[in-house]
Design a protein around this ligand. Structure first.
Ligand SMILES: Cc1cc2nc3c(=O)[nH]c(=O)nc-3n(C[C@H](O)[C@H](O)[C@H](O)COP(=O)(O)O)c2cc1C
Length: 361
């Protein structure tokens, strides 16, 4: 079996491409140790929130006003240990863990609070991940203005820090390749694609929407793969971590072919514990051996580049899957009409007493 899973991410050499994505598991010393024993290449600590940092800066003057102004709530400290504990935790982890420890900040706007990034660096973090959440859109603010805020934050961080910086993006960019290039020009070292989407629903009794935090669903990877390919279009030269829906070695391999240097895994560690890391690594090793790659790096060097294609070819990404005949239809000898060749995504009856479209008889 190919045993060498060494790779690089944000300029750091990692022993494995499996990084445990930001979440409260990584700040628990015993769990973090088990995660490392299972072979993880790096860990990302849960994010410190802009609200927490702003509150801790304002509270000495006027504590009540500080709460109102910052949006801070005490439960936020229960989530990640709080601002005061975060830095000593990084110091302890750096003493005890054999892998890079990545600090994480989550916020929406530029400002004084970003000075906390420097404290994370001073505490010994190997890198910083910035998870940008811009909140609700203001209809009077253009998409350009919103994106410029992120570019300004990234530039600010790059001017302040000497450790590598990764920006964790959401999936809502009209032109991800352009955004990725703008971020590269600010000097950041990598992107994490993508931040987690909370689950939206509507409570019909309360006549209001609800937003819940859930683990990634089983079939989530496809949307991440699409983003990876789009971000790499035109030759982006940044580290990329795939984040979302990686559960198996095969998922990890797919993400790396699509453009990732490492894969972040969170939900699967919640489901299966640290064994998930070993299972994914075994799957990667099996693939490398079966396809005769001497090492992970050798495999990664064969990744196809994503060329800019003419508009006509880009359209085929959508049009081809839509119009391709299904195997059974293409084998059918005498299509009665044009509609008989139309792609029917329903493979079998969806109910025992209904037709192929689920209509009950
Ligand atoms: C319980 C939980 C807590 C998380 N906390 C954070 C966080 O503090 N900061 C962050 O950037 N992402 C956070 N995430 C998102 C993960 O880092 C990761 O991006 C996401 O879960 C997608 O990967 P997955 O499909 O392997 O879970 C959290 C995810 C989970 C499931």
């Amino acid at each position: 079996m190919s045993d060498d899973l060494t790779t690089t991410y944000l300029g750091m050499e990692l022993r494995s491409p499996i990084v445990i994505g930001a979440c409260p598991l990584t700040i628990e010393p015993e769990t973090a140790r088990q995660i490392c024993d299972a072979g993880a290449g790096a860990i990302v600590l849960p994010s410190i929130l802009q609200e927490q940092v702003t509150y801790s800066m304002l509270k000495r003057g006027a504590p009540i006003a500080a709460i109102q102004e910052s949006g801070y709530q005490p439960q936020q400290d229960r989530y990640n240990g709080g601002v005061d504990n975060y830095l000593p935790t990084i110091e302890r982890m750096k003493e005890n863990l054999p892998v890079p420890v990545i600090g994480s900040l989550n916020g929406a706007t530029d400002g004084q609070w970003l000075a906390f990034a420097k404290e994370i660096q001073n505490a010994g973090a190997d890198a910083l991940e910035f998870n940008w959440q811009r909140g609700m859109y203001d209809p009077d603010e253009s998409a350009d203005a919103v994106e410029n805020r992120l570019v300004a934050i990234s530039r600010d961080l790059c001017e302040t820090l000497s450790i590598p910086i990764a920006i964790k993006l959401n999936q809502n960019f009209t032109n991800l390749a352009s955004m990725a290039r703008k971020l590269q020009q600010t000097g950041v070292d990598g992107l994490v694609l993508f931040s987690h989407r909370p689950h939206w629903d509507v409570n019909v009794d309360r006549m209001h929407w609800t937003v819940r935090w859930e683990l990634s669903p089983a079939d989530y990877l496809g949307t991440i793969l699409e983003g990876l390919v789009h971000a790499r279009t035109g030759g982006l030269d940044l580290s990329i971590a795939a984040s979302g829906g990686v559960r198996t070695g095969e998922d990890a391999i797919k993400a790396m072919i699509a453009g990732a240097d490492v894969v972040m895994v969170t939900s699967e560690v919640y489901r299966e514990g640290p064994d998930a890391i070993q299972n994914i690594q075994q799957g990667i090793r099996r693939y490398l051996t079966a396809h005769h790659h001497s090492s992970l790096l050798a495999f990664q060097q064969l990744r196809p580049s994503v060329e800019l294609t003419p508009q006509r070819l880009m359209r085929l990404e959508y049009v081809d899957p839509l119009t391709a005949p299904t195997q059974s239809l293409s084998q059918s000898s005498s299509p009665a009409s044009a509609s008989a060749n139309y792609y029917d995504p329903t493979t079998s009856n969806s109910t025992s007493s209904g037709d192929a479209f689920g209509h009950r008889k």
